[in-house]
Design a protein. Sequence first.
Length: 229
Amino acid sequence: MTDPELACYIDHTLLKPDATRAQIERLCAEAMHYHFAAVCVNLCWARLCADLLDKSDVKLGVAVGFPLGATTTLAKMFETEQAIDAGAREIDMVINIGALKSGLTDFVQQDIAGVVSSCHKKKRKDALLKVIIECGLLTDEEKRLACQLAKEAGADFVKTSTGVNSTGATVEDVRLMRAVVGPEMGVKAAGGIRTRDQALAMIEAGANRIGTSAGVAIVGGASAMPGHY
C-alpha cells in the first residue's frame, strides 16, 4: 500500500485536554497536506476546524460523550447537533460502558439510536456515526454484544477505543468486530497505533479507518510538510 493510499484511512486525531489553538491549526494543515480522511477533535474546536478545512477533501469529526460515555443520551444528542451545526460530518460517540456491563442492552441501544437520530435529523446535513465500544474494558462476549447493538441502532461504524480509558486497538479486537458487523458497517481501529506496520495490520484485520495522532509519522516519510520535524 502506498503512502497516499494509507493516508485515506487515517483520522488525524487530537483530543488532549491541553491541546492549543496552534496545535489544532497544525492538525488541520497536516490533514490537508497528506489528504487524510478526517480530523477528529473535541467539540470546542469544531467551528475553527470547519473553517480551516473548508473546500478541502478532509472531513471534520467530533468526539461526543468523550471520554467516559457516561453522560445522558440527551446530552450526547445535543453535543452531536452542535457539532453538526458547526460543520462536523462525522461523530465519534462513546457508549455507556457501565450500562453495557450491567446488561442494560435496551438502554445502550437506545443511547446509540438517539445519536443516530441526531446525525440524520431533518433540515440538518447528515453525519456518519462511529460508536466507540472501549474494547479494553469489555469481555469478548460484551464486545460482540456492543457491536450488534450498534448495528441494530443504525450506526455506521464501530470503533475499538477512546485511547484514554483502557488499552488501545488490537488486531484481535478488529477481527472480532469485523466478524460481528460484516461488510455493511465500518470498523475503526484507534488507540496506540503509531507505526505504519501497526496501521497495516489493523487494515489487514478488517479496519477501514485508523484513528491516530501519529498520522504524519505513519505516512509522511516521502513528502514531509514544511516546518514539520
